[in-house]
Design a protein around this ligand. Structure first.
Ligand SMILES: Nc1nc2c(ncn2[C@@H]2O[C@H](COP(=O)(O)OP(=O)(O)OP(=O)(O)O)[C@@H](O)[C@H]2O)c(=O)[nH]1
Ligand SMILES: [Zn+2]
Length: 366
């Protein structure tokens, strides 16, 4: 199926996977192949009632192990769990299994009897919907002529193994453009835009002054937080941390702030708002992520290391309270010679959030 490398128009694996992620966001199915039968993968969140009504054949719901635990599904091993979908199941019932904000119709129970062990195909399906920043759940439809259906409807088809390899590979951001941006907190600023040649989110690097690369550079790895950074939300400390980091760089004369578009610790803004709704019902930030089916932190900090390499920075003084960021940069060959504490913005609305991060995610309080 894959055309010879010599053909410049031949799609590379990374491009095919990027297309699949886009298709899933649109509610289109993709096809994965593997050791068992090929399957159509439908994202639960964006599947339309019309397309659902047209699904014949046999289907299962794949969710993450976290979501299965929340549904009190029987204990299972590994990353994902398979739930059989009974014939005639309604779409709203399937969506309620995936989305904790929907009420489960009382007369329907969570299907228990698993009749298959999850495979690479199911893991790849979950990774794809996560990459699309959708609810982490997909319908797996097998049937007599899945490949024919895919070819007849111009759907993406890939081996599940290849999809997993691609989605787990490090990103490779490349510089696109940059210009001077004087900021309130730091006058001598320059914004660099980076783009991944294989699609995905753009990331930004804010350079303050002209950092001397022969010495450790003052660096902040900041993850996008629309609510905190732009709206000034009091539910977290992101906005004050962003401004304090820029101000510290201005005071020292130079520094580099990476603005990584990993909103909501990598689950996307729509899912973060779902998590906030659960927090309004009493859950903490970690419990809410788990209830939705996500891990505590879905970010890939290898992107941060790749951006620093692109900026010619090998040694950093890292402004953070998160030991995982330090460990990750170190393992990627960026030497963290010093941790610079960044404790600002604590208030009545985010005390519980910050305490939870310290208790459950190992954050340092000062
Ligand atoms: N899922 C989820 N994400 C959140 C929540 N509150 C804030 N975020 C996200 O958490 C990220 C904050 O990341 P960082 O500022 O890098 O914070 P950190 O990992 O705690 O580490 P340091 O600030 O460096 O100590 C941003 O992507 C926010 O959008 C929440 O309740 N749920
Ligand atoms: Zn925030």
């Amino acid at each position: 199926m894959v055309a010879p490398a010599a053909d410049p128009l031949a799609l590379r694996l990374a491009e095919r996977v990027a297309r699949m992620v886009g298709d899933l966001r649109l509610g289109l199915p993709v096809v994965l192949t593997g050791s068992g039968p090929a399957a159509l993968i439908y994202p639960v969140e964006t599947l339309s009632p019309e397309r659902y009504a047209a699904l014949g054949a046999h289907h299962d719901l794949v969710v993450t192990a976290r979501r299965a635990e929340a549904l009190r599904h029987r204990p299972h091993e590994g990353e994902v769990a398979l739930l059989p979908v009974p014939p005639g199941a309604r779409l709203d019932w399937i969506q309620a299994l995936a989305d904790p904000s929907r009420r489960m119709p009382a007369r329907d129970a969570v299907p228990q009897a698993p009749h298959q062990t999850p495979t690479t195909l199911h893991r790849a399906a979950i990774r794809l919907v996560k990459a699309a920043e959708l609810l982490p759940a997909a319908l797996i439809v097998t049937g007599p002529d899945v490949i024919g259906t895919a070819l007849g409807h111009d759907l993406g088809i890939l081996p599940a193994d290849d999809v997993l390899t691609q989605l787990m590979a490090p990103r490779d951001p490349r510089p696109v453009s940059n210009a001077r941006v004087p900021m309130l907190a730091a006058r001598n600023g320059r914004l660099h835009v980076f783009r991944n040649p294989d699609g995905g989110a753009e990331h930004y690097v804010v350079e303050v002054g002209q950092p001397d690369r022969s010495k450790p550079v003052l660096v902040r790895l900041h993850s996008a937080c629309f609510t905190g950074d732009v709206l000034g939300s009091l539910k977290c400390d992101c906005g004050p941390q962003l401004q304090a980091a820029l101000a510290a760089m201005e005071a020292e004369g130079s520094g580099v702030l990476l603005y990584l578009n990993q909103e909501g610790r990598g689950i996307g803004l729509a899912n973060k708002m779902r998590a906030y709704s659960l927090q309004d019902q009493g859950m903490d930030t970690v419990e809410a992520n788990h209830r939705l089916g996500f891990e505590d932190d879905e970010r890939d900090f290898r992107t941060g290391a790749a951006l620093l390499r692109q900026m010619g920075i090998a040694q950093v003084r890292l402004m953070t309270n998160n030991p995982a960021k330090i460990a990750r940069l170190d393992s990627e060959g960026i030497e963290v010679v010093e941790r610079v504490a960044l404790t600002v913005g604590r208030g009545p609305e985010n005390t519980r959030y910050l305490d939870t991060k310290a208790r459950k995610s190992g954050h340092l309080l000062a």
